[in-house]
Design a protein. Structure first.
Length: 279
């Protein structure tokens, strides 16, 4: 299959965007797919959340965006079979300023990805950066919590956008702006871009508010909203501090089960209807 690029984006912080990027990527890899996670956020939480010390990384996605270094030379092993990472380092914080004078600055990531990776099943083993090492089924982009140039690069490079929304009071605040931005990018920069869907996160079944927000979002957006809802879960909050996805830190937790369910729902939406039964 040809690789699909999914941008995980929401200009609001604290909505579970990085948690979703990391655990979605890990769950897709667990289902047997080849996944590349690219950390586009200068905070580097997806990088540290997979146990990679960003201060020890010699290279990062910054090098692809600013220096034209091939993406294949930037990957690091995550310890999770089938999942590779292009990390973020502190250099990325200055990338938006440095990119201002670059020609076609919105397309730097698209250019980096277009020259990277085949579509075939090449039986890849390890991360030795050989040509036969470049086939991925899914590329997940963890975008910053803003609509700046880094997120714009992510949206210009992606096939679809996944929007996590927390089931809290201000859930819909700014969503209209984000959807308008996606539409503008579709019209002017990336005609292939579409909305993958909306994922409800941080759901607390003990409160009426979470239920009301979930109902309101579903009423407004219908089938765009994934049926799977990610609950508030202590283990989900703990996992990043141990540098592990939830599927490895606490694989029996509610958070792990929810992200596995979400990954399988995502895969079925993407035409994979022959998945084996859940364990």
């Amino acid at each position: 299959m040809q690789k699909k690029v999914v941008a995980v984006a929401n200009q609001k912080g604290g909505v579970g965007k990085t948690t979703t990027s990391v655990n979605m990527a890990a769950c897709l890899a667990t289902e047997g797919f080849r996944v590349l996670l690219i950390d586009l956020d200068p905070q580097g939480n997806a990088t540290s959340g997979l146990g990679v010390d960003r201060h020890e990384c010699e290279h990062s996605i910054y090098d692809a965006l600013v220096e034209d270094v091939p993406v294949g030379d930037l990957r690091v092993d995550t310890g999770t079979a089938g999942l590779d990472l292009v990390p973020s380092t502190t250099d990325l914080a200055g990338a938006e300023i440095e990119l201002v004078d670059h020609p076609r600055r919105e397309f730097r990531l698209r250019r980096a990805l277009a020259s990277f990776g085949g579509d075939g099943d090449d039986g890849r083993e390890g991360s030795d950066n050989n040509e036969a090492d470049d086939s991925y089924d899914y590329v997940i982009l963890d975008c910053p919590p803003s609509l700046g140039l880094l997120t714009l690069n992510g949206l210009a490079a992606a096939n679809t956008v996944l929007v996590p929304i927390q089931t809290e009071y201000y859930a819909l605040e700014g969503l209209g702006h984000l959807l308008q931005t996606i539409e503008l990018i579709h019209e002017h920069l990336n005609p292939a871009l579409s909305l993958e869907g909306i994922l409800l996160t941080m759901y607390d079944g003990r409160t009426n508010l979470s239920e009301q927000v979930a109902s309101e979002v579903s009423t407004h957006f219908g089938e765009l909203v994934f049926e799977t809802i990610i609950p508030r879960n202590v283990r989900l909050g703990e996992a990043p501090s141990y540098g592990m996805p939830i599927t490895e830190y606490a694989k029996s937790s509610r958070g792990a089960r929810s992200y596995r369910d979400f990954a399988r729902e995502f895969l079925k939406r993407n035409g994979h209807h022959d998945l084996p039964a859940s364990a």
